[in-house]
Design a protein around this ligand. Structure first.
Ligand SMILES: [Mg+2]
Length: 242
């Protein structure tokens, strides 16, 4: 599939999209994306800039529990992000009996360190713009349900649906089924935005449109894995895609 090339500043090299936000890194061939009925937003690294803090906590826990050097621990954490932490540990240390305790440790440290991280004003404005276009706004995160609920309560934004990890729910099929039940929307009427390659893989597997947010991974990493997926550098660029 051909793409409209964008330079490093986000400006179109063809000059065809001069009104677009500078936060757009790469767009597929079509001029505009169809407006979804429901926007599902990942939380960490997408709605809030919590990935550096989460990576710090993960690095500490992995170093303490497994003796892994810090640089490697951080890299492993970031490479596997987008999954619940306990599943990330399973990818790093398959069938290791320390995983459950390490996951509990990580989860216990999170609220005090991440609980005060708020949405940037520009992110909130983008959500408001999407809502004004008639789009329902949901959170779909593999962070624990308690943390995701606490984020939503403190956000000051009235999300239409808030879904975390727990109680049989997780990013992907179970969240999408819950979204369908809530809004009567089909998969193709949804749009998922996330910062991890796992997010893109979930969207691909479940057949829902996806936008990559290049905060944790570079636009090139997204493009190599998902050649036809739009990629933006800032959440605030999202409304300019429609
Ligand atoms: Mg994320």
């Amino acid at each position: 599939m051909s793409t409209v090339p964008f330079d490093a500043t986000g400006a179109s090299l063809h000059g065809a999209a001069s009104t677009r936000s500078h936060g757009v890194a790469r767009l597929p061939a079509q001029a505009r994306l169809p407006l979804p009925r429901v926007l599902l937003c990942d939380l960490d690294g997408t709605l809030i800039d919590s990935m550096p803090t989460l990576a710090d906590i993960a690095t500490e826990v992995i170093e303490e529990r497994y003796g892994t050097p810090r640089i490697l621990a951080r890299e492993l954490y970031l490479a596997t992000c987008g999954l619940p932490f306990v599943k990330q540990l399973e990818e790093m240390f398959p069938e290791d009996e320390r995983n459950a305790a390490a996951s509990a440790d990580f989860e216990a440290r999170k609220p005090a360190r991440c609980g005060a991280i708020r949405m940037a004003p520009e992110t909130r404005r983008a959500l408001e713009q999407m809502r004004q276009m008639g789009v329902r706004i949901a959170v779909s995160s593999n962070n624990g349900t308690d943390n995701v609920d606490a984020f939503a309560r403190a956000s000051g934004f009235a999300f239409d649906l808030v879904l975390g990890y727990g109680g049989g729910l997780a990013k992907g099929r179970t969240h999408l089924d819950a979204t369908s039940r809530q809004f009567g929307a089909a998969r193709q009427e949804m749009l998922f935005i996330g910062d991890s390659l796992h997010d893109g893989e979930i969207a691909e597997r479940e057949g829902i449109p996806f936008v990559g947010l290049a905060t944790t991974f570079s636009p090139d990493r997204f493009s190599l894995r998902f050649p036809s997926v739009p990629v933006i550098r800032r959440f605030s660029a999202l409304p300019s895609l429609f």
